[in-house]
Design a protein around this ligand. Structure first.
Ligand code: ZN
Length: 161
């Protein structure tokens, strides 16, 4: 069976950036599952998986535009330390939920100075060219419930609490 719309595919992956550093990988024995055409994975990867079958191995390079987008400078902001009232220690790498004009946004602290804190609301992988080493382990038809929910269920998929 080939990967197409209304299929659930499972695959192992290793994600590296353009410097060759491993950013993420699937767990041994636990390939991830996604619903093809459901927007569950980044577009640049989904596009390349179409038509593949179980057992296929491939390398996919995804430009930022087909991945997590370009880094948007307007999402990097300096905010006064007073905005972090009640938080004793602020360190680079800490993540906060911030209010923005577009609603709640996850921001990461990228610099700490005496009076100002720099936060970045970009996705951590925005602006990165990503390389995926992929091995497809299973392709099956999606169930009606999966199609309705827009994601894969079962092992490697979405679990409802
Ligand atoms: Zn569901």
């Amino acid at each position: 069976m080939q990967i197409a719309a209304h299929c659930v595919a499972r695959f192992h992956y290793t994600l590296t950036n353009s410097q060759g550093e491993v950013l993420d990988k699937s767990q041994e024995g636990q390939p991830m599952a996604y619903l093809h055409g459901g927007g569950n994975i980044i577009p640049g990867l989904e596009k390349e998986l179409a038509g593949k079958v179980a057992g296929d191995k491939l390398n996919v390079t995804v430009a930022p535009g087909d991945g997590y987008g370009d880094k948007r400078p307007e999402l990097i902001q300096q905010v006064p330390r007073e905005a972090f009232q009640g938080i004793d220690t602020i360190e680079v790498g800490m993540a906060f939920q911030a209010q923005s004009a577009q609603g709640p946004m996850r921001v990461t602290v990228t610099a700490v100075e005496a009076d100002t804190i720099t936060v970045d609301g970009n996705h951590p992988l925005a602006g990165e060219t990503l390389n995926f080493e992929v091995e497809i382990t299973e392709v099956r038809a999606a169930t009606d419930e999966e199609k309705t929910h827009g994601h894969a269920h079962g092992e490697g998929g979405h679990h409802h609490g």
